[in-house]
Design a protein around this ligand. Structure first.
Ligand SMILES: [Zn+2]
Length: 464
């Protein structure tokens, strides 16, 4: 089974072959840290985390870089409005971003900042100027698009189409309207860095080219981001990197689709720019992940209360199954694993990998998770179950969850122990005829959504 990925550059699904055997270098454009991240930003974060997890499960060592844009027009404006400095504002939202990512189970990322890579960015621009691929005008530096024959190859547009698409602005500093800025001269009072072209700061596109090179090398395996970044951002990154190095910048370009809120394209002006921090107060991070993964990453995704409620309901079925497996494993018999279940687990596991290998088809991969849940529920109906069979099912669920990250495992295990302890205490209280304490515990558990059932084998519990 080989991994196939849809490459925006070739507009085909291609077999994934890493540049270096066993290693993957991946770069995804990160947030501009002037505010909390909104739910739209969480989509690429979750999608590419699953890409990273799947590659890891296939045995690749993945080096994954997501940059922080910690200086730009939006930061300068916001800092001024809030009476703070750009570095202070950036620090606050970088911290918030890290908290959001950690909560969403997104780890193992290298997060370089623009302001900490200024020498590399400046020398990248200087290299382009030396090659005649860029020019300085009044303290600004622009990329000379007419010198780069492949300009437009990622977004599949030619120069005439691009010129047609650009609003004709009178900008006498540019040789051509489609030329884009690499270095911006500082306006009075703005934060700046010194450069061969005077005081200023880098344009947005150049930071990604420079940081991808510094942290991953001149050619990388995967470049990812939202579909809205294809043009101009990624087109410009590609032009800068390939113009300077004379070699391919990224082998595979992956883009995730839009996220709509109540079927409307998300925008701050519409007031539907829901932020992740706010959402986390009422929705579990695993539910957010699950919701994002029920749609293929390249398709548009609609967010509303209903889709989140559906995600919650579906996840509950998985949690119930896990609880039941844990419960039955306590009195499970020794002996061989059930043959029929073993075959089903194997078939479902293979189906899962096959679907993930097909351009990260998470909706179908989730179907595999539910096939296993059904299989487990069927098996648990039996009077006698074996530890070996339960173990097989649990391990398979765990392996799938390592890729998807939709079940909070540790938290669940801790909670289970707590419930077991309370039930035991209640049994003791009843034995001691301490009815008040026994009732107290039952109420406490009910409050937590735990239902107790008296069975011939003793008290068992399940989640509501
Ligand atoms: Zn970028």
């Amino acid at each position: 089974m080989t991994l196939k990925v849809y490459n925006t550059l070739t507009r085909t699904k291609e077999e994934f072959v890493s540049l270096e055997p066993g290693k993957v270098k991946m770069y995804v454009c990160g947030p501009t840290v002037y505010d909390y991240i909104h739910i739209g930003n969480a989509r690429p974060a979750i999608v590419f985390d699953v890409v990273r997890r799947h590659l890891k499960s296939l045995g690749y060592e993945v080096k994954y870089v997501v940059n922080f844009t910690d200086v730009d027009d939006k930061l300068i404006k916001r800092a001024e409005q809030q009476g703070t400095t750009v570095p202070e504002l950036a620090e606050k939202f970088i911290e918030a971003y890290r908290e959001d990512m950690e909560a969403l189970g997104i780890v193992d990322i290298i997060n370089p900042r623009v302001t900490e890579n200024m020498p590399e960015i400046i020398s990248f621009i200087a290299g382009l100027v030396d090659k005649g691929m860029a020019y300085e005008k009044g303290g600004d530096v622009y990329f000379r698009t007419t010198r780069f024959d492949d300009y437009g190859k990622l977004s599949h547009q030619n120069l005439e189409e691009l010129q047609f698409g650009i609003r004709v602005e009178v900008d006498e500093r540019k040789e051509n309207p489609q030329d884009f800025v690499l270095w911006k001269a500082a306006k009075p009072g703005e934060i700046y860095w010194s450069s061969p072209w005077g005081d200023g700061r880098p344009g947005w596109h150049i930071e990604c080219s420079a940081m991808a090179e510094k942290y991953l090398g001149e050619t990388i395996d995967i470049h990812g981001g939202g579909q809205d970044l294809q043009f101009p951002h990624h087109e410009c990154e590609l032009a800068q990197s390939e113009a300077l190095h004379g070699k391919m910048f990224a082998k595979y370009w992956l883009h995730n689709g839009y996220l709509n809120i109540n079927n409307e394209k998300m925008s701050k002006s519409l007031g539907n720019g829901l932020n992740v921090r706010e959402l986390r107060t009422k929705t579990k991070p695993e539910t957010i992940r699950y919701f994002m993964l029920t749609t293929h990453y390249r398709s548009p995704l609609n967010f509303n209360d209903e889709t989140i409620a559906q995600a919650e309901g579906s996840l509950e079925r998985i949690y119930n199954c896990l609880s039941n497996l844990a419960y039955r494993s306590k009195d499970a018999a020794e002996g061989e694993a059930d043959e029929e279940v073993s075959r089903a687990v194997e078939r479902i596991g293979a189906f899962f990998v096959q679907k993930m290998n097909d351009d990260f088809n998470t909706p179908d991969a989730i179907t595999a998770v539910f096939d296993l849940v059904s299989e487990a529920n069927r098996y648990l109906q039996k009077e006698t179950v074996t530890q070996a069979t339960i173990g097989l099912i649990q391990n398979q669920l765990k392996a799938m969850n390592e890729v998807l990250g939709i079940i909070a495992e540790q938290e669940e295990e801790l909670l289970d122990e707590e419930i077991d302890r309370l039930i035991e205490e209640r049994t003791e209280a009843r034995k001691a005829k301490n009815w008040a304490r026994a009732d107290e515990i039952r109420d406490l558990l009910t409050e937590q959504g735990i239902l107790l059932e008296d069975t011939p084998q003793g008290i068992r519990w399940r989640r509501k």
